[in-house]
Design a protein around this ligand. Sequence first.
Ligand code: PEP
Length: 256
Amino acid sequence: MLNKLVVGNQKMNLTANQTRKFLNSFVPLVDLVNCDVGICVPYTNINVCKKALKESKILYGAQNVSEFEKGAYTGEVNAQMLADVGCQLVIVGHSERRKMFSEQNSQINNKIKQNLKYNLTSILCIGESKRDRTAGQTDKVLCKQIDECLSGLYENELEKIVIAYEPVWAIGTGQTATAKQIEEAISIIKNEISRIYSKSIIDKVRILYGGSVKPENVREFVKIKNLDGFLVGGVSLDASAFSELIHLFVDGKGKK
Ligand code: PEP
């Protein structure tokens, strides 16, 4: 069985110095917790993580990567550069990138393939909009995202993929999906992956939920069948609240 996993997405927040302070508080709070913990920071803060997490099992990574190998792509950062500074995780296909930067499934697919070349784990975000859900299109949207983002991947490469189910309407809104909606989404994702690949691979792909998870509501999600953890936005900026969320998820106890 794979370890549970909780990853923070700090988005475009915190300077290098603020990240250092964050990690100084956060690391001692979660270092011994019985689950994998990761943090995805702005590119400029990756080296701070590298230094601060040297003795720690906390994983770190980026929130995006170039779909290209290298060359004249001003402003881009490639997978090789991320691997070189010790990243293990890369978020791809976050809904904010899909929406604000018009990122397409085909580009996300290229990004995942670049990550694979450098042994980086991709946290692939998928999720339906409110409109998709109201129109009864959730399963269609999730399956299309899975098919196109994972296109051309071999079954053994799925071990380097984590899927984050993040309904767009639940991100940063304070509105969470219900346990039933998350359970349904997980089963859609598992069925689609076993349809494309085989049933045996499905337990090797961790599925996270993301969307307004906080210490106050994390208990609602603990019992969800086949849920392997969370991708956490806003709360991951607060070391104490983020560690509380992790402890509540893993051992049912709050502050340490
Ligand atoms: C996210 O941005 O991936 C996310 C889940 O954000 P929040 O927890 O703030 O809703």
